[in-house]
Design a protein around this ligand. Structure first.
Ligand SMILES: Cc1cc2nc3c(=O)[nH]c(=O)nc-3n(C[C@H](O)[C@H](O)[C@H](O)COP(=O)(O)OP(=O)(O)OC[C@H]3O[C@@H](n4cnc5c(N)ncnc54)[C@H](O)[C@@H]3O)c2cc1C
Length: 394
């Protein structure tokens, strides 16, 4: 529980804003958020911001809380979240990929048959053979001849991530939270395993509760407190494309299994393309997010456009109108690292993917730990203590 110094959140993305809101509405103590740039202008702004119930039981239950909160945002006249249901279509273009997709669906059905159905995603997920595709979803431009198999999840959609984050900011301000933009946390002070202060733009102030919600900068902030986070990075480049012929329909979010490219059609008719590198946490690396510029790597761009043109061949060209590169964080089990660390007074909220969907529940977990001293129902799935490597480093 916080004493003299109030609560200090590092990072004004969607996660920091949600934490600040959840703390603000539960406490009379001061809550400060420090953001080194503009609010919600980094990973959150670059996100494709899909919402779907895939993930393990921890993620599923967290997303249910998130959906409930976002429904409240959607009903608010102030927020402008622009939610669109698209569905998610994962396509394969090899025989092996099609087999793997079919197996994933069968394994999910087997798991569901044995699971407590109240705590797992039971939304429809179907394997769709190529000859069935045109009967299953609105796909007028997809070349079904190159597709060998696919999986369709109809209950997936996307929203506007920056607007959602800024709604958290407004709600937090209503609760008295103070946001300091263009203000960087430059150091943390820890004495005998207890956090005692932080430096803000080089100026020290006492603090007994600091929460790092610094997106891909989290490992750096955690290191200031002597905490080694099990977080690595992958690049998340986004190309914004104008098709030569308008695509006047809401397409599903199409992901291509073999290449890791995926596309989303925006409401303005533009197509966003991103890449998720194949491989797991062991293939991820560590980037300095400050040195990543916004140019989509040329080789990847060429390959992405080839994939796009093979899947949607009737659209003759796609002109690049914008590009940006985000940094995705990666954890060994794809779940975020949220909550207390071994440093008394230092907590983290570090995401693998899915931060837009899990931000609401993350705020709830941190408020429960920091205000009620209650580890929360999600402790085992989220705590840094679940990693053996953490035990080695503490
Ligand atoms: C291309 C792409 C697609 C994605 N698609 C999805 C999706 O479909 N669905 C989904 O749920 N998630 C998706 N994600 C992931 C999701 O966007 C992130 O998990 C989420 O935005 C993380 O939010 P954050 O607040 O933790 O990080 P950020 O938004 O990066 O916020 C962290 C903030 O901390 C600030 N900061 C850093 N260091 C300091 C410091 N020393 N002092 C003060 N401030 C500091 C930074 O300036 C930054 O604004 C996607 C991400 C990308 C890049």
């Amino acid at each position: 529980m916080s004493g003299r110094g109030g609560y200090h959140v590092v990072g004004g993305g969607i996660v920091g804003a949600s934490i600040a809101y959840h703390l603000g509405r539960r406490t009379d103590e001061a809550v400060h958020v420090y953001e080194k740039g503009e609010l919600a202008s980094e990973t959150t702004r670059k996100s494709l911001a899909f919402f779907g119930f895939y993930g393990d039981e921890t993620q599923y239950r967290m997303k249910r809380y998130g959906m409930e909160m976002y429904n409240d945002f959607l009903a608010s006249p102030r927020a402008d979240p622009g939610y669109i249901t698209t569905g998610l279509l994962s396509v394969s273009t090899t025989a092996e990929g099609a087999r793997a997709l079919r197996e994933e669906v069968t394994e999910r059905e087997d798991r569901l048959a044995e699971a407590d159905r109240t705590n797992v995603d039971t939304s429809p997920v179907d394997f769709v053979a190529p000859e069935e595709l045109e009967r299953s979803a609105v796909l007028p431009f997809l070349d079904t001849d190159v597709v060998t198999g696919s999986v369709f999840r109809p209950q997936v959609g996307y929203l506007r991530p920056r607007e959602m984050a800024l709604e958290f900011v407004e709600r937090a301000r209503d609760e008295g939270v103070v946001f300091h933009d263009h203000t960087a946390v430059t150091d943390l002070t820890v004495e005998d395993g207890v956090l005692s202060g932080l430096s803000v733009d080089g100026e020290w102030r006492p603090a007994d509760d600091v929460i790092s919600a610094a997106g891909p900068w989290n490992p750096r902030i955690a290191a200031m407190a002597g905490v080694d986070l099990p977080v690595k990075h992958t690049l998340a480049p986004v190309l914004e494309l104008e098709p030569s012929e308008p695509i006047p329909y809401t397409l599903p979010w199409i992901t291509h299994r073999e290449s890791g490219f995926s596309i989303r059609r925006n409401v303005d008719g533009r197509v966003l393309m991103t890449n998720h590198p194949p491989g797991g946490h062991e293939d991820a690396t560590e980037y300095d997010p400050d040195t990543i510029d916004d140019s989509f790597p040329p080789d990847l761009r060429r390959r992405g456009l080839e994939v796009l043109e093979s899947l949607l061949p009737t659209v003759e060209t796609f002109d690049v109108v914008d590009e940006r590169v985000g940094v995705r964080s990666s954890t060994p089990d794809k779940n975020p690292v949220v909550g207390w660390t071994h440093v008394d007074g230092f907590s983290v909220a570090a995401f693998s993917t899915s931060g837009i969907q899990l931000a609401p529940a993350t705020g709830k977990v941190l408020a429960s730990q920091l205000i009620d001293d209650d580890p929360s129902e999600f402790y085992e799935g989220l705590s840094i203590s679940r990693f053996e490597s953490y035990e080695d480093h503490r």
